[in-house]
Every structure is written in structure tokens, then in C-alpha cells.
Design a protein around this ligand. Structure first.
Ligand code: FPP
Length: 248
């Protein structure tokens, strides 16, 4: 399928895929159907991102707080993620997609961790889109783990406290080596970050869309990218765009 061209393509887009449950409720369906339809939207979005040359796509698949949901829903979400990797890994590999997983890997139950590691290992040399799956991810937890790692180096005499810089902190986060997201999209009309990429979002553009995640599509994605291309990013400095174009 042909893809439109944009004057600016973000290098990294991160998405909070919200609204699966409400999508299902609105149709009188069980919540699990919303998650199932959500996986289809994931597939379409990954393909679209690859088609237009986005280099990094991060998807918030399961937060460290999602364990608080009823056991049946937790099992369902884990099952869908596992099925996605089992069924789609070969195709993603063929599309030259590299998979990275962020989030706490300790104490994960069952066969989920081996599967995630296999996905990373199989695709590690791929060079097109990097699909970053945030699983058992919480930003405060990620930052705390980075601080623990730095504190251990200080304790061992390998690092002086005054040498701790933003770059050094960034290099200890799960996202080390991944550029900060240029654009963060959240679906379902909620307007908050919910413990997602707090450190990395310092200069991100935000886009809150009213549609529930299962309704997210290639067209909605491209509409968001069109809007992004018109944004004026200043990173604390002055506008690089001519005055007439600012805010247009
Ligand atoms: C939010 O909807 C969505 C999630 C908690 C999980 C997202 C997971 C998927 C789309 C499937 C698996 C992921 C991959 C990468 C294959 P919600 O349940 O919070 O919806 P609600 O706010 O309407 O209740």
C-alpha cells in the first residue's frame, strides 16, 4: 500500500494504546474482545510506521500497574502478547523489524520472559523499524532501577556523585540507546502520561486522540503525523520556523 509523504517524519513515536475496555463496553462485548481488536490495530500501526520510515515505535503493552486488574484480564493480556510474538515474529523479522523490550524483567512468571528474549535475539540485527514493547513497564520504577545501578557504582568507587549527568542517567534507563520520543500519542480521550516515559518525554510533542485504541487505523495515524509536521518544536530555544508558519 502506498504511503503519503510528510515534510517531517518523527524518528520515534510512542503510543499509549488506551480504550480497549470502553470500545468493548460500548458494543456490549466482554473487555477481552477490545484487547483482541487492539492487537489488530497494533499490526496495522506497526506496518504503517515501517511504510513511512519511522525508526522507533514504542507501544505501552502492559504497565507495572496492570497486574492490579482481575486475574482473568491479566491472563488474557499476557496471552495476547504471547500469541502476537508467536504468530507475528517471523513476519516482523521478514520486514526487517528489530524488537526491543523495556520494563522490569525480574520475577516475570511463566514463559513470557523467554518469549520476549527470543523476539529480541531473533531480530537484534534488523535495521528497519525498531518496535519497542513496554511490558511490565513503569517509568518511576525504571528511573529508580537506574538510580540503584548508579548508586552501586558510587558505592564501589567506580563513579563520583558529581559526575552523574542527565546523559549518564539516560544510559542506565531501559531505553538506553533509543532516542527520546518525538511524539507521544494517547488514544481514548484521556490526557495523562500514566507513568510512561517520564524522563524521556521532556521535549516530546503530545497528541491526545478521542478514538478508542481498537479504532486506531493507518489513516488516523497519518492524520496525527500530519499535525505533528506542523508543530513548532523549540527544545527551550527559539523557533526554527519562519514566523508565518508558527502555529499554522
Ligand atoms: C488499555 O485499554 C490497553 C491496555 C491495558 C493493553 C494494551 C494491549 C494490547 C493492545 C494488546 C497486546 C499488545 C501488543 C503489543 C500485541 P484499557 O483496557 O485500559 O481500556 P479502558 O480504559 O477503556 O478500560
Amino acid at each position: 500500500m502506498s504511503a503519503p509523504t510528510f515534510s517531517v517524519v518523527p524518528e520515534h513515536v510512542a503510543i499509549i494504546m488506551d480504550g480497549n475496555g470502553r470500545w468493548a463496553n460500548a458494543r456490549g462485548l466482554p473487555r477481552t474482545m477490545g484487547h483482541r481488536k487492539g492487537v489488530e490495530a497494533v499490526r496495522e500501526t506497526v506496518r504503517a510506521a515501517g511504510d513511512i520510515g519511522i525508526k522507533y515505535l514504542t507501544l505501552f503493552a502492559f504497565s507495572s500497574e496492570n497486574w492490579r486488574r482481575p486475574e482473568t484480564e491479566v491472563s488474557d493480556l499476557l496471552g495476547l502478547l504471547k500469541a502476537f510474538i508467536r504468530r507475528d515474529l517471523a513476519e516482523l523479522h521478514r520486514q526487517n523489524v528489530r524488537i526491543r523490550v523495556i520494563g522490569d524483567r525480574d520475577n516475570l512468571r511463566g514463559d513470557i520472559l523467554p518469549l520476549l528474549l527470543e523476539a529480541e535475539e531473533t531480530t537484534r540485527s534488523n535495521t528497519a523499524l525498531t518496535l519497542v514493547i513496554a511490558f511490565n513497564y513503569g517509568s518511576r520504577d525504571e528511573i529508580a532501577r537506574a538510580f540503584t545501578s548508579l548508586a552501586k557504582d558510587v558505592e564501589a568507587g567506580r563513579l563520583r556523585p558529581q559526575d552523574i549527568s542527565p546523559e549518564l542517567v539516560g544510559a542506565r534507563l531501559d531505553t538506553a540507546g533509543i532516542p527520546d520520543p518525538d511524539l507521544i500519542i494517547r488514544t481514548s480521550g484521556e490526557e495523562r502520561l500514566s507513568n510512561f516515559l517520564l524522563w524521556q518525554a521532556a521535549y516530546s510533542e503530545f497528541m491526545f486522540m478521542p478514538e478508542f485504541w481498537p479504532d486506531f487505523s493507518r489513516d488516523l495515524f497519518f492524520a496525527a503525523l500530519e499535525k505533528y509536521a506542523a508543530r513548532d518544536r523549540r527544545f527551550g530555544g527559539l523557533s526554527a520556523k519562519p514566523a508565518a508558519a508558527v502555529g499554522s
